[in-house]
Design a protein around this ligand. Structure first.
Ligand code: HEM
Length: 385
């Protein structure tokens, strides 16, 4: 019996050693073939350095240091995957121009776990096409035109009425954005349920920017748990609304468009879609709104011109009359302020793409099977210099 155990241990030892040997050999040969750079620590890679940089006022050093050392296309290891990072405008243009041919949208496992595999950002092929066109036609529909401005007007007034002398603008912008999105998606007005959903969302979003290993990171563990809670809450809503829709009760929102279309989306697909849309609109829009106020405060002339445009429209309305789509369309200067804020703020620092095939970029080979994802960062100084 003891002899048998010894043989068993020996076989196990040899098998484990062989696996480790091949993993090390494979990762060394991968490393040799990748663009220059560093893969950092085992498992963690260079994620901690990236996060630390983004928590400062200037995240650029993470990129600058590596561009200086390795060139504008370098290898790193972030969010659990080896990643080729491009800070080279020409390469970035090439990547985007070859979307679907040489590169496809692909996000690290940590991010896709939180978004859900049926989110618009991660879907591919015909399902992506159908969901994308449904979203676009809803965004351009009369439903949005008739209600969006009225909803915005009402929510902004509601929040402004509750303001005291000290206002945390970004926090308020986040609440307004979340409540507005929930209203457009599911027709809920702000209440305790929407606020507790928002609190869970905050935890999910915190998880996007952390070490994606539940063993190492409480934030990531909490984010996964919050994602489960959000999905459960939304599943209940979808099930209830499916029943109502089948019995002929209809609402004017995105969920109705998903339930009533000919596409036959499953509950899971709809929930992932809603989770991701709430994520996509939450942090982005509220950050941009806050920055618009900051930029306007720093540019009094523009603020005065904006105010003049708004006062002219307000003067034609009674005090409680809400803004409408036509009012929004007759604000050319406001539109310029929005566009300029989007251009200058540049809040999306990069996107992820995966090479679909082996590709040579500027003399560096990028292997489809080897690369986790391609992240490209187009710094504002590159765009305008
Ligand atoms: C200023 C605000 C926003 C910015 C800067 C922004 C930026 C972006 C960027 C850069 C992408 C492309 C990601 C990629 O290709 O990997 C994207 C995709 C997307 N965004 Fe936004 N976004 C904003 C607001 C919103 C809002 C309000 C929503 C909806 C509520 C939204 C929904 C989406 C969706 C669904 C996609 C995926 C589209 C598809 O693949 O079909 N975004 N956004």
């Amino acid at each position: 019996m003891a002899g048998l155990t010894l043989v068993y241990d020996l076989v196990l030892y040899i098998s484990i050693s062989t696996v480790i040997f091949f993993i090390i050999k494979r990762s060394r040969s991968r490393r040799l073939r990748l663009p220059p750079g560093s893969l950092g620590l085992p498992f963690l890679g260079e994620t901690l350095q990236l996060i630390a940089a983004y928590k400062t006022e200037n995240p650029e050093p993470f990129i600058d240091v590596r561009v200086k050392r390795f060139g504008s296309i370098f290898t790193t290891h972030i969010f659990g995957e080896p990643t080729v990072f491009s800070a080279d405008p020409e390469t970035n243009r090439f990547i985007l121009q070859n979307e679907g041919k040489l590169f496809e949208c692909s996000y690290p496992g940590s991010i896709s776990n939180l978004l859900g595999k049926h989110s618009l950002l991660l879907m591919k092929g015909s399902l992506h096409k159908r969901m994308h066109s449904l979203t676009m036609s809803f965004a351009n529909s009369s439903i949005i035109r008739d209600h969006l401005l009225v909803d915005i007007d009402r929510l902004v007034r509601l929040h402004m009425d509750s303001w005291t002398d000290r206002v945390l603008l970004m926090e308020e912008a986040k609440k307004i954005t979340f409540e507005l999105t929930v209203k457009q998606l599911m027709s809920f007005d702000p209440n305790e349920w929407t606020e507790s959903l928002r609190k869970e969302y905050v935890l999910v979003i915190e998880g996007f920017f952390t070490v994606p290993l539940p063993i190492f990171s409480t934030t990531y563990r909490r984010a996964i748990q919050a994602r489960t809670k959000v999905a459960e809450a939304l599943s209940l809503v979808v099930r209830q609304r499916r029943k109502e829709s089948e019995s002929g009760e209809r609402k004017n929102d995105m969920l109705e468009a998903l339930l009533a279309g000919d596409d036959g989306f499953s509950d899971e697909e709809i929930v992932d879609f809603l989770v991701a849309l709430l994520v996509a609109g939450y942090e982005t829009t509220s950050t941009i709104m806050t920055l618009a106020v900051k930029f306007l405060t720093e540019t009094p002339l523009a603020l005065a011109q904006l105010k003049e445009e708004h006062d002219e429209i307000r003067a034609k309305k009674s005090k409680q009359e809400p803004l409408e789509w036509n009012d929004y369309k007759s604000m050319p200067f406001t539109q310029c302020v929005v566009n300029e804020t989007l251009r200058v703020a540049n809040i999306i620092s990069g996107v992820f793409r995966r090479a679909m095939t082996d590709i040579n970029i500027k003399g560096k080979k990028i292997y489809a099977s080897d690369i986790g994802s391609i992240n490209f960062q187009q710094k504002i100084s590159y765009i305008f210099s």
